[in-house]
Design a protein around this ligand. Structure first.
Ligand code: EPZ
Length: 418
């Protein structure tokens, strides 16, 4: 695989206004949902990222007819006739585990390789299996995951942690089951609601209770749907943090400010001016930044784990000492040694990173360790006095359509080098 590199010259405040690509973490479960039922689905504003390309490969392998035209993807699942996903396809992305629920829903059977861990953590799927078992699925776990759900009945699913993927698998498996399903302690991430919105558009009856549980009145046949993806919350947050890091002024158009409330609250505490409109966020970070004495990542609506690395990069130049604690994944500080190459005063203390802000960072040759860590290193390089190079950027391309394009639009000196 071509491990490209990015060359970034820091010290340029970002200015301007941009729109954000469609959401990776919403489109992946929505693509899996396209195999539920025979109608043709058209997904607009689909992000052109590696994880989507790999998912569409899996869908072709299952028998879907997939047509792509720019950011519009058309999927005809009428001829889906397979229920086994090969190791090569599934091994490429962890989110292939979402086909477990979709295949049980459609085919009443599923065979997938055990999704391995990844750079940021062990990524178990015990919650997925427990939820699907509560819906009547049976599992045989040897070197593969083999499941059948001839008696898929719907019913009460009680998650012990608000796992995003387990919530989505429970929805995908139960939406066709002829019964009512209630998913208790469901994840509250907006991407879960977007999956529900897509399924409702196809004719499903899904709603959230006042307690945040998800109620599904199953048994509906799902029809065709045309659906436009909403903007990616994490890409939006990454762009805002890049603007803050460079002390710039940036606005994001057509974005629901409330979805990034946990981030905007932190930015205000850091001394950043944040203007939240109905569908627009504008930040201005002209003044020196204050450190964040203590912050924990948490399930939505808490501070998102996916923005922890990008924020950590920004705090390397905030005044004072910050402590950022990662409560979701066990190995999400892999950028620390890379930031230390830039002179950052950062150390790990248990599940926390402790950062003493400095006036400046030194440019360096860096290696992206994972998707969000790679984006964080871009942010670090944007604040360095000079030119840095970041390799292994194929990690970044998994979730960011074109980070060069987006940041260049805001005035950054950044280019792809092979
Ligand atoms: C989704 O992953 C996102 N991925 C992640 O984004 C995101 O970080 C995560 O949710 C949390 O918001 C997609 O949506 C494709 P979880 P997911 O199940 O579903 C533990 C990115 O950078 N857990 O909510 O895998 C798990 O180990 C990616 O875009 C179990 O113990 O997250 C983790 O500690 C990274 N057993 C915690 O729960 C299980 O069966 C949260 O995981 C499942 C999860």
């Amino acid at each position: 695989m071509d491990l490209g590199s990015l060359e970034i010259t820091g010290g340029v405040p970002l200015h301007g206004e941009i729109c954000i690509q469609g959401s990776k973490n919403a489109v992946l479960p929505i693509l899996a949902a396209c195999i539920l039922g025979e109608g043709v689905c058209i997904i607009e504003n689909c992000p052109q990222i590696r994880d989507v390309a790999d998912t569409l490969e899996i869908m072709r392998y299952l028998g879907c007819r997939v047509q792509c035209a720019g950011k519009t993807v058309q999927i005809d699942a009428s001829r889906v006739d397979a229920f086994e996903i090969g190791g090569e396809e599934a091994g490429r992305i962890r989110s292939s585990v979402l086909f477990l629920g979709a295949l049980l829903g459609r085919m009443k059977k599923a065979v997938l390789p055990l999704p391995g861990g990844c750079a940021i953590g062990e990524r178990p799927i015990d919650q997925h299996i427990a939820a699907l078992r509560q819906l009547g699925a049976r599992f045989y776990l040897e070197e593969k995951i083999t499941a059948d759900a001839v008696n898929l009945r719907g019913g009460r699913v009680c998650l012990s942690i608000p796992s995003v993927g387990a919530t989505e698998n429970a929805i995908l498996a139960s939406v066709l089951a002829p019964a009512e399903t209630l998913i208790e302690h469901a994840a509250r991430e907006p991407e879960v609601d977007e999956l529900c919105g897509f399924l409702v558009k196809r004719g499903a009856q899904i709603s959230r209770t006042a307690e945040g549980d998800i109620r599904i009145l199953g048994g509906n046949k799902l029809g065709p749907a045309r659906y436009r993806m909403k903007p990616d919350r994490i890409v939006a947050g990454t762009c805002l943090l890049a603007a803050v890091a460079t002390r710039g002024t940036v606005a994001i158009r057509d974005f629901p400010c409330r979805e990034l409330e946990a981030l905007t609250e932190v930015l205000r505490d850091m001394g950043v001016s944040v203007v939240c409109g109905e569908n627009r966020i504008e930040i201005s970070a002209g003044r020196p930044l204050c450190a964040v004495p203590y912050l924990e990542t948490a399930p939505y609506p808490g501070f998102p784990t996916d923005l922890q690395s990008p924020l950590t990069a920004v705090l390397c130049r905030a005044r004072g000492e910050s402590r950022i604690c990662e409560t979701i994944f066990e190995n999400r500080f892999r950028i620390v040694p890379e930031l230390q190459k830039m002179g950052a005063k950062i150390r790990i203390d248990g599940r926390c990173a402790v950062i003493k802000g400095l006036p400046a960072l030194t440019p360096a040759k860096l290696a992206a360790p994972d998707l969000r860590g790679g984006a964080a290193l871009v942010i670090a390089a944007l604040q360095a006095n000079g030119t840095s190079v970041i390799r292994n950027t194929e990690y970044i391309e998994r979730g960011y359509e074109d980070i060069c394009r987006d940041l260049r639009l805001l005035g950054a000196k950044i280019r792809q080098v092979v």
